[in-house]
Design a protein around this ligand. Structure first.
Ligand code: NAD
Length: 493
C-alpha cells in the first residue's frame, strides 16, 4: 500500500509549496511505494530560514546534550532495524542482509558521533607572551547542506548529518529521488529522539530543483555531497565560486590485485562479494581485478563459475544473492557498457538483463564477468556502477600498482597475497583513500576515515576521527591577563 510523505521544515511536516509530487518505486516489482513532495527554490528558502533560526539556539546547546539526542536516535534505529532494512530493500533493491548492514552503519555512526559530544577536543598551547593563554576550539559552521545518493540511503545521511548536528550545525537535507522513504525514516527518528524544530530540515526533490538551489543559496555555508564525479565537480565549481566549503565523496573504479601466491578460493569469494554485492552499486565495489598472468585463467574460471551460481531475485527473498539495479536507466547504462566490453574483452558470464518469470517487472541484470580485458579498455577504466567485472592480466605488483594509480578515481583498492613484502609495498604505494589486504574492496567501518583521492574526492574524509572536519571551523582564542599592552613578535623578540 502506498503512502503520502511530506517535507520536514521548521519542525512541521509540509507539502511542497507548489503542491507538486513524485513517486518512488520498488525496483524489483515496479510497484509504486509512496508519493513525495517535488520541491523547488521556495521550499529550500523556507528550510534554510528555519535552519538559520534554529542555529541560534542549537549552537548554544551544550555539545553533550546535542549528542544525547543523536545517541537516542541510535537506540531507536536499533529497535527498528529490521523494519528499516525491509523498507530499504523494497525501495532500492539491495538484499536484506546488506540492507541490515546499511542500517547498522547508522547505528554505529550514531554511537560514534554521540561520543564526540563529550570529546570534540580542541588544543591548548603556551603563548609566547607572559600572562597570556592560547587555545583553539572547534566551532560549528552554520547551516549545512547535505545532498546524498540512493545506494546507501541510511548510512550516508548518518555519516554526514550525525557529526554535523553534534558539532552544533543545523542542516538542510536533500536525499536522492530514488530513495526518499529512507530519508523520511531517518528524519522522523531524529524528530522522535528530541531534535528541536528547524535543526534538521528535509526537502525532497530533484538535483536541479532542490540540490542546485542549495548549492547556490547564500544561507548555506557548507555542502556535503556524495554522488557521481561529474555532478560533484560541477557543484564544487559553483559552490566554490561562492566561497563555500564543498566536501565531496564521488565515484570509484576499485581494483583488487591478486598475486600469484594468493589463496585463490578466498580471493574468489571476496571478488564476488565486492563486485556483485549491492548489484555492483557500491562506490567501493570492485569492478576490475588486476591478476597476475600466472593465475589469471584459474581465477577467471573460479570467478566465472561463482558469478553464474548467483541467484537473482527480490532482495526480500532469503535465497536471493543479487537484487535488482535501482532503476531502468541504470539497466540501460550497464548494458551499454557491456556492449562496449564485448568488443574489448572476452565475455565469460552474464552479459544482459534477466527478465524470466518473477524477474519480468524488475530491473535485473545478470552478474557479468569479462576476462582478458586490456588495462586501458573502457570497461576497465570507467565507473559502470553495476554488476560488471573486468579481469585484467598483469605481470608484476609494480605494474598492478601503476594501473591502479593511473585511474581517474582513488577510493578503495585491495591486494591478495601471502607475501608480507608485497602486502606492505601495496599498503605504501596504492594511492587510494582505503586499502585492504586479503579482503575485498568493500566493508569500511565507521570509526575509520572514509573517502578517496583524485576524482573520488577533494581532500575531505567522512566518519572516523575526521568526522567533524567538514562541519567545523577552527577558532584560535588568545586571553591576555597581563593587564597591559603586549605585542606579539615585537615585545619578546
Ligand atoms: P548523482 O550524482 O546522480 O546524484 C547524487 C545526488 O546529487 C542526488 O541527491 C541528486 O539528486 C543530486 N544532484 C544531481 N544533480 C545535482 C545538481 N545539479 N545540483 C545539486 N545536486 C544534484 O549520483 P547517484 O546516481 O545518486 O549515485 C551514484 C554515484 O554516487 C556513483 O558515482 C557512486 O560512486 C557515488 N557514490 C560515492 C560514494 C563515496 O563515498 N565516494 C558513496 C556512494 C555513492
Amino acid at each position: 500500500m502506498s503512502q503520502n510523505f511530506l517535507n520536514y521544515i521548521g519542525g512541521q511536516w509540509v507539502p511542497a509549496r507548489s503542491g507538486r509530487t513524485f513517486w518512488n518505486h520498488d525496483p524489483a516489482t515496479g510497484e509504486a511505494l509512496g508519493e513525495f513532495p517535488a520541491s523547488a527554490l521556495e521550499d529550500v528558502d523556507a528550510a534554510v530560514a528555519a535552519a538559520a533560526k534554529a542555529f541560534r539556539g542549537w549552537r548554544l546547546t551544550p555539545a553533550p546534550k546535542r549528542a544525547e539526542i543523536v545517541f537516542r536516535a541510535g537506540e531507536i534505529i536499533r529497535a527498528r532495524k529490521e523494519d528499516l532494512a525491509r523498507a530499504m530493500t523494497r525501495e532500492m533493491g539491495k538484499v536484506l542482509i546488506e540492507a541490515r548492514g546499511d542500517v547498522q552503519e547508522g547505528i554505529d555512526m550514531a554511537y560514534l558521533a554521540a561520543g564526540e559530544g563529550r570529546r570534540m577536543y580542541g588544543v591548548t598551547t603556551p603563548s609566547e607572551m607572559p600572562d597570556k593563554w592560547a587555545m583553539s576550539v572547534r566551532a560549528p559552521v552554520g547551516v549545512v547542506g547535505v545532498i546524498t545518493p540512493w545506494n546507501f540511503p541510511f548510512a550516508i545521511p548518518s555519516w554526514k548529518l550525525m557529526p554535523a548536528l553534534v558539532a552544533g550545525n543545523t542542516a538542510v537535507f536533500k536525499p536522492a529521488g530514488d530513495t526518499p522513504e529512507m530519508a523520511w525514516h531517518f528524519t522522523k527518528i531524529l524528530e522522535e529522539a528530541g531534535l528541536p524544530p528547524g535543526v534538521l530540515n528535509l526537502v525532497f526533490g530533484s538535483g536541479a530543483e532542490v540540490g542546485n538551489p542549495m548549492v547556490e543559496h547564500p544561507g548555506i555555508h557548507v555542502i556535503s555531497f556524495t554522488g557521481s564525479t561529474d555532478v560533484g565537480l560541477a557543484i564544487a565549481g559553483r559552490g566554490g565560486a561562492l566561497g563555500k566549503r564543498i566536501s565531496l565523496e564521488m565515484g570509484g573504479k576499485n581494483a583488487i590485485i591478486v598475486m600469484d601466491d594468493a589463496d585463490l578460493a578466498h580471493a574468489t569469494d571476496a571478488i564476488a562479494w565486492s563486485a556483485f554485492g549491492t548489484t555492483g552499486q557500491r562506490c567501493t565495489a570492485c569492478s576490475r581485478v588486476l591478476v597476475h598472468g600466472r593465475v589469471h585463467d584459474e581465477l577467471a574460471d573460479r570467478v566465472t563459475a561463482k558469478a553464474k551460481q548467483l541467484k537473482l531475485g527480490s532482495g526480500l527473498e532469503p535465497t536471493t544473492d543479487v537484487g535488482p539495479l535501482v532503476n531502468r536507466s541504470q539497466v540501460e547504462k550497464v548494458h551499454a557498457y557491456v556492449e562496449i566490453g564485448a568488443k574489448e574483452g572476452t565475455l565469460a558470464a552474464g552479459g544482459g538483463p534477466a527478465r524470466d518469470g518473477a524477474l519480468a517487472k524488475g530491473h535485473f541484470y545478470r552478474p557479468t564477468v569479462f576476462r582478458d580485458v586490456p588495462a586501458g579498455a573502457r570497461i576497465a577504466v570507467e565507473e559502470i556502477f553495476g554488476p560488471v567485472l573486468a579481469m585484467v592480466k598483469v605481470e608484476s605488483l609494480e605494474q598492478a600498482i601503476e594501473i591502479n594509480n593511473a585511474s581517474r578515481y582513488g577510493l578503495s583498492a585491495a591486494i591478495f597475497t601471502r607475501d608480507v613484502k608485497s602486502a606492505f609495498a601495496a599498503m605504501r604505494d596504492l594511492e587510494t583513500g582505503i586499502v585492504y589486504v586479503n579482503h575485498g574492496t568493500t566493508g569500511a567501518e565507521t570509526h575509520l576515515p572514509f573517502g578517496g583521492t583524485r576524482g573520488t574526492g577533494n581532500g575531505h574524509r567522512e566518519a572516523g576521527h575526521t568526522m567533524l572536519d567538514p562541519f567545523t571551523e577552527w577558532k584560535s582564542i588568545y586571553v591576555d591577563f597581563s593587564g597591559r599592552l603586549q605585542r606579539a613578535q615585537i615585545d619578546n623578540a
